[in-house]
Design a protein around this ligand. Structure first.
Ligand code: ADP
Ligand code: MG
Length: 695
């Protein structure tokens, strides 16, 4: 491997490459587009396209693709080669500004939630110059937004960029009141990614893993994660080789892969990048997930990003670390050292508190997905109830502001905004509570409810928009005030009083919290079908319209797509389950009974006096269990059929949650009991012990 500094970003058409390869005027003009969003002139685009093409060809690329993020949550690409016929049977390599700026993929098979009838299937992709082009598998990839011809966004990038815009605008309004003129405020994100690695040969033997990315059956092995000997443990050589390879691939693509370690569950690991702007962090997380899967295969492994691949051991999530950064290098969620800085910090903090309380439902539903339903609230991931952890020290300071009580009991000090300096909070302290879905960790918030397989775009669209909304409200209030400091004090105090119910520093897994949260009036939306319908609540529609992040048709379409996807995922799981029982488990069980019965007969033929109780009992037990399993599987099959007949997306999703999921649980329970009884040689697929410990 050549030096890391050499390979880092070597496949990215980044600022340094642009500066080196573009004529000065063109470079300046492109920078203006990137930084200020000025429209790109076609002559500039032509020049950029040509430089990009030459650079890409030198790196061995032959194709280009507009790389976009449709509503499927993964990325999409359609590759065109650079070749253009040049007469006499020869070709030249061409790439125009027009091709760079706009593409027209036939998008008829991407989910559009009715926004685009299939007869007018074409959508278009438009270059997002704020994210750098890069080379992947011999193709020049151009990060793009994806829209319908009517202009409605059909992807996750467009609303994300819009949410960043409104947040930028409103942050700057507030900063101006503190006498600060900055050019930009950008939300920054660092997303820690958890994943499992499984041996490919074992993976291929399990239909559930192949079709559903999670196991639908599997009795608990004698050892699970109880010894906690995997967390931060020494990394196995095969996994280490994978991680090394992965880092190299990611670095080439300019992804700031930084930390790697073993996670709590056996065969579970984590990768964390250094944070960057939300837009890039989102693109980079998509690339990370893609590379993890690709690189794993090179090592005879499969990378599983499902939220809950194995019952009984921890699932995989993603921690979305989020903060606000100015172009002057200030982190707006960093408590300052002076009273003025503290006041500004407390205002931004209060904005987040108000936003999270008012839009708990949006944050909850932004992480709603069939896979994540297994995690949230299941005593490992944060609960489905959204609350904020601030740590005792900061909470006491806020209480001191709202109630005028001393925050420092010994010194009897009362926090006076704009006068006192905040006490120093030990950062480690703020990170202790792992049960909180939304924790302040010293200079950023960590949203911990995201599922491992999902795009981080939606949660960040929500976060950016709701905080922008609080800030816009604050700016309205403060801009009209005669005495800024007085108004600021009153506003922070009032807002904290109104929204302090969202702050909770205790154990989020406990039953007492569920009850307490209910008393506080916090929402507890347990499943995707409970959470998603709130997307279209009046207050939420108004929010997105106010900030021009979504239109009403876009929201309706998104709702439909999400609900439909939820039902589809569950129907695939239910059908796979039925298939595995009928085609694998029952035949295996029948064979086992036959062999055991044969054994009894043979033993008796030589020693008629023996009772063969072991064999007889086994056959009896297995026979009873398999009859029950067959009946429950038949029920599941019928219920799934019924679910698939429901036309209305909401009704269907609710039916899947309420009827299909419990029917699946019943089937699993019986099958897992059988697994524990019948001989290992007879069981038709690898067990949890094989999958989790044998790599
Ligand atoms: P852990 O949560 O595992 O203790 P850290 O808190 O050090 O680890 O960092 C986790 C992630 O938070 C990293 O991806 C890091 O880059 C990111 N992070 C740190 N500062 C910021 C910030 N200001 N904005 C967004 N993400 C940040
Ligand atoms: Mg973390």
């Amino acid at each position: 491997m050549s030096s890391v500094t050499e390979i880092f970003g070597s496949m990215v058409f980044n600022d340094a490459v642009m500066q080196e390869r573009l004529p000065k005027e063109i470079y300046r003009s492109l920078k203006r587009t990137i930084e200020e969003g000025t429209p790109l002139d076609i002559t500039v685009a032509n020049s950029v396209a040509n430089a990009m093409k030459n650079w890409a060809i030198e790196k061995g690329a032959t194709h280009f693709t507009h790389w976009f993020q449709p509503m499927t949550g993964i990325t999409a690409e359609k590759h065109d080669s650079f070749i253009t016929p040049a007469g006499n049977g020869r070709v030249i390599m061409e790439f125009s500004g027009k091709e760079l700026i706009k593409g027209e993929p036939d998008g008829s098979s991407f989910p559009s939630g009715g926004l685009r009838a299939t007869c007018e299937a074409r959508g278009y992709t438009a270059w997002d110059p704020t994210s750098f082009a890069f080379i992947k598998d011999g193709s020049l990839c151009i990060p793009t937004a994806f829209c319908s011809y009517g202009g409605e966004a059909l992807d996750k990038k467009t609303p994300l960029l819009k949410s960043m815009e409104t947040l930028d605008k409103n942050c700057r309004r507030v900063l101006k009141l503190f006498g600060k003129e900055v050019k930009h405020v950008t939300p920054t994100v660092g997303s820690e990614q958890e994943y499992f690695l499984i041996d490919k040969k074992l993976y291929d033997k399990r239909e559930d893993l192949v079709f559903c990315n999670r196991t639908l059956f599997g009795a608990k092995p004698p050892k699970g994660q109880e010894l906690e000997d995997h967390y931060f443990g020494a990394i196995k050589p095969r996994v280490n080789a994978f991680m090394k390879d992965l880092d190299e691939e990611l670095w080439k693509l300019g992804v700031l892969s930084k930390t790697k370690h073993n996670e709590v569950a056996p065969a579970q690991h984590e990768m964390a990048p250094v944070f960057t702007t939300t837009n890039l962090a989102t693109d980079h997380n998509q690339l990370t997930m893609e590379m993890m899967k690709k690189v794993a295969l090179r090592h005879g492994l499969v990378c599983i990003l499902h939220e809950k691949p194995f019952e009984g051991v921890n699932g995989s999530g993603k921690h979305n670390n989020w903060s606000l950064s100015t172009d002057t290098g200030e982190n707006l969620l960093e408590p300052g050292n002076t009273p003025e800085d503290n006041a500004q910090f407390l205002l931004f903090l209060t904005a987040v508190i108000k936003a999270v309380d008012e839009y708990q439902d949006l944050l909850r539903l932004s992480v709603a997905y069939a896979g994540n339903d297994h995690r949230l609230g299941a005593n490992e991931a944060p609960p489905a109830i959204i609350s904020i952890f601030l740590g005792d020290e900061l909470t006491e300071v806020l209480n001191s502001i709202t109630e005028g009580k001393p925050y420092d009991k010994k010194a009897k000090q009362v926090m006076k905004l704009g006068v006192d300096v905040l006490p120093a909070f030990p950062k480690d302290n703020t990170d202790r509570n792992r049960t909180s879905p939304f924790a302040f960790t010293g200079n950023k918030f960590e949203f911990r409810s995201l599922g491992a397989s999902m795009s981080i775009a939606c949660p960040n669209i929500m976060l950016n928009t709701i905080v922008a909304d609080s800030l816009s409200f604050f700016a309205d209030e403060l801009e009209k005030a005669d005495d800024f400091n007085k108004a600021l004090n009153a506003l922070i105090k009032k807002t904290l009083q109104e929204h302090k119910r969202i702050i909770f520093n205790g154990d989020g897994y406990s039953q007492e919290w569920v009850e307490e949260a209910e008393r506080r009036g916090l929402s507890n939306l347990k499943t995707t079908s409970d959470a998603m319908p709130h997307f279209l609540d009046k207050k939420n529609v108004e929010l997105f319209l106010r900030h021009k992040v979504h239109t009403v048709p876009e929201m309706e379409a998104r709702y439909e797509i999400q609900m439909e996807e939820y039902s589809k995922v569950l129907s695939i799981e239910a059908k796979t389950m039925v298939d595995m029982v009928n085609k694998e488990i029952i035949p295996a069980v029948v064979k086992y009974m036959e062999k055991t019965a044969e054994s009894a007969l043979k033993v008796k033929s030589v020693l008629p006096a023996l009772s063969c109780t072991t064999q007889v009992n086994l056959v009896h037990k297995v026979s009873v269990l398999s009859d029950e399993l067959a009946a429950l599987t038949q029920t599941l099959s019928e219920i799934t059929g019924e679910a698939l007949g429901i036309k209305d997306v909401t009704e269907a999703a609710v039916f899947f949650t309420k009827k299909v999921v419990p029917a699946m649980d019943n089937v699993r329970e019986k099958a897992d009991q059988l697994e524990l009884v019948i001989g290992k040689d007879f069981w038709p697929f690898p067990t949890y012990g094989d999958l989790l410990f044998k790599i």
